[in-house]
Design a protein around this ligand. Structure first.
Ligand code: ATP
Ligand code: MG
Length: 388
Protein backbone atom coordinates (compact mmCIF):
# COMPACT_ATOMS: atom_id res chain seq x y z
CA UNK A 1 0.00 0.00 0.00
CA UNK A 2 1.28 3.49 -0.83
CA UNK A 3 1.55 6.21 1.85
CA UNK A 4 -1.23 8.78 2.30
CA UNK A 5 1.10 11.43 0.83
CA UNK A 6 1.70 9.34 -2.28
CA UNK A 7 -2.01 8.63 -2.68
CA UNK A 8 -2.84 12.34 -2.34
CA UNK A 9 -0.09 13.38 -4.82
CA UNK A 10 -1.38 10.93 -7.39
CA UNK A 11 -4.98 12.19 -7.17
CA UNK A 12 -3.95 15.86 -7.17
CA UNK A 13 -1.62 15.37 -10.15
CA UNK A 14 -4.19 13.49 -12.24
CA UNK A 15 -6.83 16.17 -11.67
CA UNK A 16 -4.40 18.96 -12.51
CA UNK A 17 -3.19 17.15 -15.63
CA UNK A 18 -6.79 17.31 -16.85
CA UNK A 19 -6.84 21.05 -16.21
CA UNK A 20 -8.71 21.11 -12.90
CA UNK A 21 -7.86 22.74 -9.60
CA UNK A 22 -7.39 20.35 -6.69
CA UNK A 23 -6.41 20.75 -3.02
CA UNK A 24 -6.12 18.68 0.12
CA UNK A 25 -8.61 20.05 2.67
CA UNK A 26 -10.08 19.50 6.14
CA UNK A 27 -8.72 17.28 8.89
CA UNK A 28 -5.69 16.09 6.90
CA UNK A 29 -4.31 19.64 6.52
CA UNK A 30 -5.00 20.36 10.19
CA UNK A 31 -3.24 17.16 11.28
CA UNK A 32 -0.26 17.92 9.02
CA UNK A 33 0.07 21.46 10.39
CA UNK A 34 -0.07 20.00 13.91
CA UNK A 35 2.57 17.39 13.04
CA UNK A 36 0.12 14.55 13.63
CA UNK A 37 -0.27 11.35 11.69
CA UNK A 38 -2.78 11.74 8.87
CA UNK A 39 -5.59 9.14 8.94
CA UNK A 40 -7.52 9.98 5.81
CA UNK A 41 -7.35 12.41 2.92
CA UNK A 42 -10.09 14.68 1.60
CA UNK A 43 -9.53 16.50 -1.66
CA UNK A 44 -11.68 19.23 -3.18
CA UNK A 45 -11.75 20.23 -6.82
CA UNK A 46 -13.67 22.21 -9.43
CA UNK A 47 -14.21 19.00 -11.43
CA UNK A 48 -17.74 17.60 -11.11
CA UNK A 49 -18.38 14.19 -9.59
CA UNK A 50 -19.04 12.74 -13.06
CA UNK A 51 -15.72 14.08 -14.36
CA UNK A 52 -13.89 12.60 -11.37
CA UNK A 53 -15.47 9.21 -12.13
CA UNK A 54 -14.20 9.44 -15.71
CA UNK A 55 -10.66 10.48 -14.81
CA UNK A 56 -9.93 7.66 -12.34
CA UNK A 57 -10.13 3.98 -13.22
CA UNK A 58 -11.32 2.84 -9.79
CA UNK A 59 -14.01 4.86 -8.05
CA UNK A 60 -17.08 4.38 -5.89
CA UNK A 61 -19.95 6.59 -4.78
CA UNK A 62 -20.59 6.71 -1.04
CA UNK A 63 -24.35 7.08 -1.53
CA UNK A 64 -24.71 9.76 1.12
CA UNK A 65 -22.53 12.88 0.58
CA UNK A 66 -23.75 14.09 -2.75
CA UNK A 67 -20.91 15.23 -5.03
CA UNK A 68 -18.29 13.08 -3.31
CA UNK A 69 -16.48 10.27 -5.08
CA UNK A 70 -14.20 7.71 -3.44
CA UNK A 71 -11.07 7.24 -5.52
CA UNK A 72 -8.81 4.20 -5.10
CA UNK A 73 -5.16 5.11 -5.14
CA UNK A 74 -2.54 2.44 -4.47
CA UNK A 75 -4.63 0.64 -1.86
CA UNK A 76 -5.84 3.84 -0.19
CA UNK A 77 -9.26 5.45 -0.62
CA UNK A 78 -9.24 9.21 -1.10
CA UNK A 79 -12.46 11.25 -0.86
CA UNK A 80 -12.76 13.69 -3.74
CA UNK A 81 -15.52 16.33 -3.53
CA UNK A 82 -16.65 19.11 -5.75
CA UNK A 83 -16.12 22.55 -4.13
CA UNK A 84 -18.84 23.11 -1.54
CA UNK A 85 -20.73 26.37 -1.71
CA UNK A 86 -23.77 28.09 -0.23
CA UNK A 87 -25.41 28.62 -3.60
CA UNK A 88 -25.00 26.99 -6.97
CA UNK A 89 -23.59 30.13 -8.55
CA UNK A 90 -20.76 30.60 -6.04
CA UNK A 91 -17.81 28.33 -6.08
CA UNK A 92 -14.09 28.07 -5.75
CA UNK A 93 -11.71 27.17 -3.00
CA UNK A 94 -12.28 30.14 -0.68
CA UNK A 95 -16.03 29.60 -0.79
CA UNK A 96 -15.48 25.91 0.00
CA UNK A 97 -13.28 26.76 2.98
CA UNK A 98 -15.77 29.35 4.25
CA UNK A 99 -18.54 26.75 4.64
CA UNK A 100 -16.34 24.47 6.77
CA UNK A 101 -16.97 24.34 10.51
CA UNK A 102 -13.90 25.56 12.42
CA UNK A 103 -10.86 27.63 11.44
CA UNK A 104 -8.46 24.71 12.01
CA UNK A 105 -10.55 22.63 9.60
CA UNK A 106 -10.81 25.38 6.99
CA UNK A 107 -7.35 25.27 5.45
CA UNK A 108 -6.23 23.80 2.13
CA UNK A 109 -2.90 22.49 0.88
CA UNK A 110 -1.55 22.42 -2.67
CA UNK A 111 0.32 19.56 -4.25
CA UNK A 112 3.58 21.41 -3.51
CA UNK A 113 2.71 21.68 0.19
CA UNK A 114 1.70 25.35 0.23
CA UNK A 115 -0.96 26.11 2.86
CA UNK A 116 -3.95 28.29 1.97
CA UNK A 117 -5.40 29.68 5.16
CA UNK A 118 -7.88 32.55 4.69
CA UNK A 119 -9.46 32.11 8.15
CA UNK A 120 -6.23 32.00 10.18
CA UNK A 121 -6.45 28.36 11.13
CA UNK A 122 -2.69 28.13 11.71
CA UNK A 123 -2.83 30.96 14.22
CA UNK A 124 -5.68 29.24 16.11
CA UNK A 125 -3.76 25.97 16.06
CA UNK A 126 -0.81 27.79 17.64
CA UNK A 127 -3.16 29.21 20.26
CA UNK A 128 -4.90 25.83 20.66
CA UNK A 129 -8.25 27.44 20.01
CA UNK A 130 -11.34 25.98 18.37
CA UNK A 131 -13.24 28.77 16.68
CA UNK A 132 -16.15 28.86 14.23
CA UNK A 133 -15.54 30.11 10.73
CA UNK A 134 -17.62 33.30 10.55
CA UNK A 135 -20.53 34.02 12.89
CA UNK A 136 -20.76 31.14 15.40
CA UNK A 137 -24.50 31.37 16.04
CA UNK A 138 -25.29 31.40 12.32
CA UNK A 139 -22.99 28.44 11.72
CA UNK A 140 -24.51 26.35 14.53
CA UNK A 141 -28.03 27.17 13.33
CA UNK A 142 -27.04 26.12 9.82
CA UNK A 143 -25.91 22.68 11.05
CA UNK A 144 -26.42 21.87 14.76
CA UNK A 145 -24.17 18.81 14.56
CA UNK A 146 -21.35 21.35 14.74
CA UNK A 147 -22.29 21.80 18.43
CA UNK A 148 -21.18 18.27 19.10
CA UNK A 149 -18.29 18.37 16.63
CA UNK A 150 -16.95 21.35 18.57
CA UNK A 151 -16.90 19.33 21.79
CA UNK A 152 -15.45 16.23 20.13
CA UNK A 153 -12.74 18.15 18.28
CA UNK A 154 -11.77 20.25 21.29
CA UNK A 155 -11.19 17.03 23.25
CA UNK A 156 -9.47 15.23 20.39
CA UNK A 157 -7.13 18.13 19.63
CA UNK A 158 -6.72 19.41 23.18
CA UNK A 159 -8.05 22.85 22.14
CA UNK A 160 -10.06 25.27 24.20
CA UNK A 161 -13.33 26.44 22.65
CA UNK A 162 -13.09 30.15 21.84
CA UNK A 163 -15.34 32.28 24.10
CA UNK A 164 -17.70 33.58 21.41
CA UNK A 165 -18.02 30.12 19.91
CA UNK A 166 -18.79 28.60 23.30
CA UNK A 167 -21.32 31.29 24.18
CA UNK A 168 -23.20 30.53 20.97
CA UNK A 169 -23.05 26.81 21.80
CA UNK A 170 -24.56 27.35 25.25
CA UNK A 171 -27.29 29.55 23.85
CA UNK A 172 -28.18 27.23 20.99
CA UNK A 173 -27.68 23.95 22.86
CA UNK A 174 -31.32 22.77 22.37
CA UNK A 175 -30.75 22.65 18.60
CA UNK A 176 -28.70 19.48 19.13
CA UNK A 177 -32.03 17.63 19.37
CA UNK A 178 -32.57 18.21 15.67
CA UNK A 179 -29.54 16.16 14.59
CA UNK A 180 -29.84 12.65 13.24
CA UNK A 181 -29.19 10.28 16.14
CA UNK A 182 -26.72 8.22 14.10
CA UNK A 183 -24.54 11.27 13.53
CA UNK A 184 -24.69 12.17 17.22
CA UNK A 185 -23.69 8.64 18.18
CA UNK A 186 -20.86 8.61 15.62
CA UNK A 187 -19.34 11.77 17.15
CA UNK A 188 -19.43 10.21 20.63
CA UNK A 189 -17.83 7.04 19.37
CA UNK A 190 -15.13 9.01 17.62
CA UNK A 191 -14.48 10.88 20.87
CA UNK A 192 -14.25 7.57 22.74
CA UNK A 193 -11.87 6.09 20.19
CA UNK A 194 -9.56 9.05 20.76
CA UNK A 195 -9.68 8.23 24.52
CA UNK A 196 -11.51 10.25 27.14
CA UNK A 197 -9.87 10.63 30.52
CA UNK A 198 -11.91 11.43 33.59
CA UNK A 199 -11.57 15.20 33.25
CA UNK A 200 -12.58 15.06 29.62
CA UNK A 201 -15.58 12.95 30.52
CA UNK A 202 -16.64 15.50 33.14
CA UNK A 203 -16.14 18.36 30.68
CA UNK A 204 -18.25 16.63 28.06
CA UNK A 205 -21.07 15.55 30.35
CA UNK A 206 -21.36 18.91 32.08
CA UNK A 207 -21.68 20.84 28.85
CA UNK A 208 -25.17 22.30 28.20
CA UNK A 209 -25.19 20.78 24.70
CA UNK A 210 -24.94 17.22 26.01
CA UNK A 211 -27.56 17.76 28.71
CA UNK A 212 -30.05 18.59 25.96
CA UNK A 213 -29.75 15.19 24.32
CA UNK A 214 -32.71 12.84 24.84
CA UNK A 215 -32.00 10.33 27.67
CA UNK A 216 -28.78 12.13 28.64
CA UNK A 217 -30.08 14.75 31.08
CA UNK A 218 -30.39 12.80 34.31
CA UNK A 219 -27.41 10.59 33.63
CA UNK A 220 -25.18 13.63 32.97
CA UNK A 221 -25.87 15.00 36.43
CA UNK A 222 -25.26 11.83 38.42
CA UNK A 223 -22.30 10.83 36.29
CA UNK A 224 -20.58 14.20 36.54
CA UNK A 225 -21.00 14.07 40.34
CA UNK A 226 -19.52 10.60 40.59
CA UNK A 227 -16.75 11.35 38.14
CA UNK A 228 -15.88 14.43 40.18
CA UNK A 229 -14.87 12.18 43.06
CA UNK A 230 -12.68 10.01 40.84
CA UNK A 231 -9.46 11.66 39.80
CA UNK A 232 -7.84 8.45 38.73
CA UNK A 233 -5.37 8.14 35.92
CA UNK A 234 -6.21 4.55 35.06
CA UNK A 235 -9.55 5.51 33.74
CA UNK A 236 -9.71 6.45 30.06
CA UNK A 237 -12.77 5.43 28.06
CA UNK A 238 -11.40 3.85 24.92
CA UNK A 239 -14.14 2.16 22.93
CA UNK A 240 -17.76 2.67 21.90
CA UNK A 241 -18.82 -0.19 24.21
CA UNK A 242 -17.09 1.50 27.16
CA UNK A 243 -18.73 4.81 26.31
CA UNK A 244 -22.27 3.44 25.99
CA UNK A 245 -21.85 1.20 29.06
CA UNK A 246 -21.04 4.23 31.15
CA UNK A 247 -23.87 6.32 29.71
CA UNK A 248 -26.46 3.54 29.85
CA UNK A 249 -25.12 2.48 33.26
CA UNK A 250 -26.22 5.78 34.78
CA UNK A 251 -29.85 5.80 33.68
CA UNK A 252 -32.61 3.60 35.07
CA UNK A 253 -32.23 -0.02 34.15
CA UNK A 254 -35.38 -0.02 31.99
CA UNK A 255 -34.26 3.15 30.22
CA UNK A 256 -30.84 1.74 29.23
CA UNK A 257 -32.25 -0.42 26.48
CA UNK A 258 -34.47 2.40 25.22
CA UNK A 259 -31.49 4.77 25.13
CA UNK A 260 -29.35 2.37 23.10
CA UNK A 261 -32.14 1.77 20.61
CA UNK A 262 -32.96 5.47 20.44
CA UNK A 263 -29.36 6.17 19.34
CA UNK A 264 -29.65 3.26 16.89
CA UNK A 265 -26.61 1.38 18.09
CA UNK A 266 -25.74 -1.92 16.40
CA UNK A 267 -27.05 -5.21 17.74
CA UNK A 268 -23.50 -6.12 18.76
CA UNK A 269 -22.98 -2.96 20.82
CA UNK A 270 -26.40 -3.27 22.47
CA UNK A 271 -25.77 -6.91 23.38
CA UNK A 272 -22.35 -6.12 24.84
CA UNK A 273 -23.58 -3.13 26.83
CA UNK A 274 -26.58 -5.03 28.21
CA UNK A 275 -24.22 -7.84 29.31
CA UNK A 276 -22.02 -5.29 31.06
CA UNK A 277 -25.04 -3.76 32.83
CA UNK A 278 -26.32 -7.18 33.85
CA UNK A 279 -23.01 -8.21 35.42
CA UNK A 280 -22.33 -4.85 37.09
CA UNK A 281 -25.80 -4.82 38.64
CA UNK A 282 -24.97 -8.10 40.39
CA UNK A 283 -21.56 -6.91 41.57
CA UNK A 284 -22.29 -3.57 43.19
CA UNK A 285 -20.51 -3.10 46.46
CA UNK A 286 -18.66 -6.40 46.28
CA UNK A 287 -15.45 -7.77 44.85
CA UNK A 288 -15.82 -9.08 41.32
CA UNK A 289 -16.85 -12.72 41.35
CA UNK A 290 -14.99 -15.25 39.21
CA UNK A 291 -18.14 -16.22 37.38
CA UNK A 292 -18.85 -12.63 36.40
CA UNK A 293 -15.30 -12.17 35.10
CA UNK A 294 -15.62 -15.38 33.13
CA UNK A 295 -18.96 -14.38 31.62
CA UNK A 296 -17.68 -10.93 30.66
CA UNK A 297 -14.40 -12.13 29.23
CA UNK A 298 -11.44 -9.91 28.37
CA UNK A 299 -13.48 -7.98 25.83
CA UNK A 300 -16.06 -6.66 28.27
CA UNK A 301 -14.14 -6.54 31.55
CA UNK A 302 -12.74 -3.03 30.86
CA UNK A 303 -16.20 -1.54 30.26
CA UNK A 304 -17.70 -3.28 33.29
CA UNK A 305 -14.86 -2.35 35.64
CA UNK A 306 -14.81 1.28 34.53
CA UNK A 307 -18.56 1.59 35.06
CA UNK A 308 -18.41 -0.07 38.47
CA UNK A 309 -15.44 2.04 39.54
CA UNK A 310 -17.31 5.21 38.61
CA UNK A 311 -20.38 4.10 40.56
CA UNK A 312 -18.29 3.17 43.57
CA UNK A 313 -16.09 6.26 43.30
CA UNK A 314 -12.85 4.33 43.19
CA UNK A 315 -9.99 3.69 40.77
CA UNK A 316 -10.60 1.01 38.16
CA UNK A 317 -8.07 -1.82 38.02
CA UNK A 318 -8.51 -3.59 34.70
CA UNK A 319 -5.07 -5.33 34.59
CA UNK A 320 -5.75 -7.02 37.94
CA UNK A 321 -9.10 -8.38 36.72
CA UNK A 322 -7.58 -9.58 33.45
CA UNK A 323 -4.90 -11.46 35.36
CA UNK A 324 -7.60 -13.05 37.52
CA UNK A 325 -9.47 -14.05 34.37
CA UNK A 326 -6.33 -15.66 32.97
CA UNK A 327 -5.96 -17.78 36.11
CA UNK A 328 -9.45 -19.26 35.85
CA UNK A 329 -9.58 -22.96 34.93
CA UNK A 330 -11.54 -22.10 31.77
CA UNK A 331 -11.26 -19.23 29.34
CA UNK A 332 -14.22 -20.38 27.28
CA UNK A 333 -16.58 -23.32 26.95
CA UNK A 334 -14.19 -24.86 24.41
CA UNK A 335 -11.74 -25.54 27.26
CA UNK A 336 -14.26 -27.72 29.09
CA UNK A 337 -13.13 -31.37 29.22
CA UNK A 338 -16.68 -32.50 28.52
CA UNK A 339 -19.00 -32.34 25.55
CA UNK A 340 -22.34 -33.63 24.29
CA UNK A 341 -20.84 -36.84 22.88
CA UNK A 342 -19.29 -37.86 26.16
CA UNK A 343 -22.52 -37.08 28.00
CA UNK A 344 -24.63 -39.19 25.62
CA UNK A 345 -22.21 -42.08 25.96
CA UNK A 346 -22.17 -41.93 29.76
CA UNK A 347 -25.84 -41.16 30.31
CA UNK A 348 -28.04 -43.02 27.89
CA UNK A 349 -30.74 -40.47 27.25
CA UNK A 350 -32.08 -39.07 24.02
CA UNK A 351 -30.35 -35.96 22.71
CA UNK A 352 -32.15 -32.86 23.92
CA UNK A 353 -32.05 -29.70 25.98
CA UNK A 354 -30.62 -31.56 28.96
CA UNK A 355 -27.19 -31.61 27.30
CA UNK A 356 -26.92 -27.83 27.17
CA UNK A 357 -28.18 -27.53 30.74
CA UNK A 358 -25.67 -30.05 32.07
CA UNK A 359 -22.80 -28.42 30.17
CA UNK A 360 -23.74 -25.02 31.63
CA UNK A 361 -23.83 -26.37 35.19
CA UNK A 362 -20.50 -28.11 34.73
CA UNK A 363 -18.98 -24.97 33.29
CA UNK A 364 -20.16 -23.00 36.32
CA UNK A 365 -18.99 -25.68 38.75
CA UNK A 366 -15.51 -25.72 37.19
CA UNK A 367 -15.21 -21.91 37.41
CA UNK A 368 -16.39 -22.00 41.04
CA UNK A 369 -13.79 -24.67 41.83
CA UNK A 370 -16.43 -27.27 42.76
CA UNK A 371 -14.95 -29.75 40.36
CA UNK A 372 -11.66 -30.05 38.50
CA UNK A 373 -11.67 -29.65 34.71
CA UNK A 374 -10.97 -33.34 34.06
CA UNK A 375 -13.38 -35.67 32.25
CA UNK A 376 -13.34 -38.49 34.82
CA UNK A 377 -13.70 -36.08 37.75
CA UNK A 378 -16.54 -34.25 36.08
CA UNK A 379 -18.44 -37.50 35.37
CA UNK A 380 -17.97 -38.59 38.98
CA UNK A 381 -19.25 -35.24 40.16
CA UNK A 382 -22.26 -35.43 37.86
CA UNK A 383 -23.19 -38.86 39.18
CA UNK A 384 -22.82 -37.65 42.74
CA UNK A 385 -24.97 -34.60 41.98
CA UNK A 386 -27.55 -36.96 40.45
CA UNK A 387 -27.55 -35.33 37.07
CA UNK A 388 -28.08 -38.54 35.20
P1 ATP B 1 -11.08 13.62 11.98
O1 ATP B 1 -9.64 13.88 11.85
O2 ATP B 1 -11.45 13.15 13.32
O3 ATP B 1 -11.66 12.80 10.86
P2 ATP B 1 -12.19 15.81 10.57
O4 ATP B 1 -12.09 17.27 10.86
O5 ATP B 1 -11.43 15.28 9.41
O6 ATP B 1 -11.79 15.05 11.87
P3 ATP B 1 -14.47 14.79 9.21
O7 ATP B 1 -15.82 14.45 9.75
O8 ATP B 1 -13.65 13.74 8.61
O9 ATP B 1 -13.71 15.46 10.44
O10 ATP B 1 -14.71 16.00 8.20
C1 ATP B 1 -13.72 16.40 7.26
C2 ATP B 1 -13.80 17.93 7.07
O11 ATP B 1 -15.09 18.30 6.54
C3 ATP B 1 -13.65 18.75 8.32
O12 ATP B 1 -12.29 18.97 8.63
C4 ATP B 1 -14.39 20.02 7.98
O13 ATP B 1 -13.59 20.86 7.19
C5 ATP B 1 -15.52 19.53 7.11
N1 ATP B 1 -16.74 19.24 7.88
C6 ATP B 1 -17.13 18.05 8.40
N2 ATP B 1 -18.31 18.14 9.01
C7 ATP B 1 -18.71 19.41 8.88
C8 ATP B 1 -19.86 20.14 9.28
N3 ATP B 1 -20.84 19.55 9.97
N4 ATP B 1 -19.92 21.46 8.96
C9 ATP B 1 -18.95 22.05 8.25
N5 ATP B 1 -17.84 21.44 7.86
C10 ATP B 1 -17.70 20.14 8.16
MG1 MG C 1 -11.53 13.20 8.68
Amino acid sequence: MVSWDEAASYVLAELRKEGYEAFIVGGAVRDKVMGKRVRDIDICTDATADTVKNIFPRTAEPGVNHGTILVSAGGRTVEVSEFKSRTHTDGGLTEDLSVRDFTCNAMAMTEEGRIIDPFHGQEDIRKKLLQSVGNPAARFREDPLRLLRALRLSLQLGFEIETGTNEAMEKLAPLIRRCAVERVAAEFEKAAENELDINELIFLLSHPVIKELPHFGACCISLAEKAGANEGSGFPVRTPVEWWSIIAGFVHREEANTLLHYYKRSGKIIKSVMAVLEETSRQSGKQWEDLALYRLGSELIPAAEKLLALREEREPDVPYLISRLRELPLQSKKDLKLNGHILMREFPHKPGKWIGKVLNSVEEAVILGKVENDTARILEWLKREKWE
